[in-house]
Design a protein around this ligand. Structure first.
Ligand code: E4P
Length: 229
């Protein structure tokens, strides 16, 4: 599975962009708001310069198909390594299939985002134009947030997406390092990981007895600060 970084904090991204394990980047309006981005184009330009030539997914901000289409075409013009993120539905729940088809047929590399059901994966695969590259982002972590195991869903999504050439399945919203192994085993092409979780990759293969000792030491350190009564 290819590792992408999901974020909008340029300082964080600058620290990560030399890491050869990070093969691409994704962002979204919520991450941008949290990072205090006010000028989308200036942000995108800096991000693209930092991570060139790796792929970056940028999301449209509009909520109606006409404006989304205009924004998507403009965003696609920012670079040949750009995927344009289109939410699977508008905020009212209307499937964005015709827009996805038009953009994909025009050769725009898309990233269809906020997908949580296999029905949506099937609809998206039907809407995409065969041969144009695209990413299908299934929010496995949000599925898990509802108490449902996302692994069987992701495995089935892999088989659906395989029918289209140049379409990649992305495991979105990971919650723990284990998800990287699960995404790999399920056959996903990409997993996009936020910087805080990427920091935990150092823990892979760590001796668990040593980790237990470090945990005890942490409690001991913190206990010495609080008063016992
Ligand atoms: C992917 O492209 C999304 O930006 C991201 O994975 C969303 O994660 P969240 O569900 O934790 O908001």
């Amino acid at each position: 599975v290819k590792l992408y970084c999901d974020g909008a904090d340029l300082d964080n991204i600058q620290g990560l962009c030399c890491n050869p394990w990070i093969r691409g980047f994704t962002t979204n309006p919520t991450l941008m708001r949290k990072a205090g981005i006010v000028d989308y184009q200036a942000f995108a330009h800096r991000l693209l310069c930092l991570v060139h030539p790796r792929p970056v997914s940028f999301e449209v901000f509009a909520d109606n198909p006409e404006e989304m289409e205009a924004q998507a075409l403009a965003i696609a013009g920012w670079g040949s390594n750009v995927n344009v993120k289109i939410p699977v539905t508008n905020p009212a729940g209307k499937f964005m299939g015709p827009l996805i088809h038009r953009l994909s047929a025009a050769g725009v590399a898309l990233n269809i985002t906020a997908i949580l059901t296999l029905g949506q994966v099937e609809e998206v695969v039907r809407a995409l134009y065969p041969g144009t590259p695209a990413i299908v982002s299934v929010f496995a972590g949000r599925i898990a947030d509802t108490g449902v195991d996302p692994v069987p869903i992701m495995k089935r999504a892999v088989t659906i997406v395989r029918h289209l050439p140049r379409v990649e399945l992305l495991w979105a919203s990971p919650r723990e390092v284990l998800n990287i192994f699960q995404a790999d085993e399920a056959g996903c092409d990409i997993i996009t990981v936020p910087p805080d979780l990427l920091k935990k990759l150092d823990l892979i293969g760590k001796d668990l007895k040593e980790y237990s000792l470090e945990t005890v030491a942490m409690f001991h350190r913190d206990a010495s600060i609080a008063a016992y009564c």
